[in-house]
Design a protein around this ligand. Structure first.
Ligand SMILES: C[S@@+](CC[C@H](N)C(=O)[O-])C[C@H]1O[C@@H](n2cnc3c(N)ncnc32)[C@H](O)[C@@H]1O
Length: 202
């Protein structure tokens, strides 16, 4: 019987790449061309690796990590012949981040324990090199899963103003707020309140 997490990893294995991820990747590629930056990306909370696969298709060397050993097992099998994918079981606040031109956290920081977020965010923002791009999603207060207990602890939520203050070392390039009923998570319709932020490190 697959675990709930494994069912999620199977379902998202070949999931579509969001236009916001594509946009952030294009911005990183432009920065690489303009600034002679290294083509290195980090995927924080990588799940079964759909974004790692996308970033490999765009020729990035990719470092991916996830707190769930099952996720990393999916990725190890998937990328077993690819020397340009580096995988670790780690959490946001203790991962040994390389310096990267693109750092992304797709639907993963929702699950960062509130008590660990400051350290996690310090490390994440420090890992984005000057002129590099961060893309991440953060849960807003009106999400149906706000403050909900999960296997990782309660979900982490932000007020917009508080979240914006975390980007003091960045220029925000795109701020997308989704606040609506619709779309499913693991087959269940829900109200989504999510900030997707694309930002350039100064
Ligand atoms: C909703 S899934 C998204 C997975 C992947 N980013 C994707 O888009 O397919 C959230 C992921 O975050 C991981 N995660 C949760 N808490 C974490 C933590 N503290 N550190 C690292 N990863 C974490 C989970 O194990 C899970 O794989």
């Amino acid at each position: 019987m697959p675990s709930r997490q494994n069912a999620y990893y199977e379902k998202t294995f070949d999931g579509d790449t969001s236009p916001l991820v594509k946009q952030a990747t294009s911005l990183a590629i432009a920065a690489i061309k303009n600034g002679d930056l290294p083509r290195i990306a980090v995927d924080c909370g990588c799940g079964s690796g759909r974004h790692i696969a996308y970033l490999r298709s765009r020729h990035f060397l990719v470092h991916g990590f996830d707190i769930e050993p099952d996720a990393i097992e999916w990725c190890q099998e998937r990328f077993k012949n690819d020397m340009d994918v580096h995988l670790d079981v780690a959490s946001f606040e203790n991962y040994n981040y390389p310096t990267a031109t693109l750092v992304m956290a797709f639907a993963s920081l929702f699950f960062c324990p509130a008590t660990r977020f400051d350290e996690a965010w310090r490390r994440i923002s420090d890992s984005v090199r000057a002129q590099g791009i961060f893309f991440g999603m953060f849960m807003g207060k009106r999400d149906e899963w706000a403050e909900r207990k999960t296997s990782f602890g309660n979900t982490l939520t932000f007020e917009e103003e508080d979240l914006r203050q975390h980007f003091e070392y960045f220029d925000i390039l795109d701020w997308h707020e989704r606040d609506e009923e619709g779309g499913t998570a693991m087959g269940v319709r829900k109200h989504w309140h999510v900030y997707s932020v694309t930002a350039r490190r100064r």
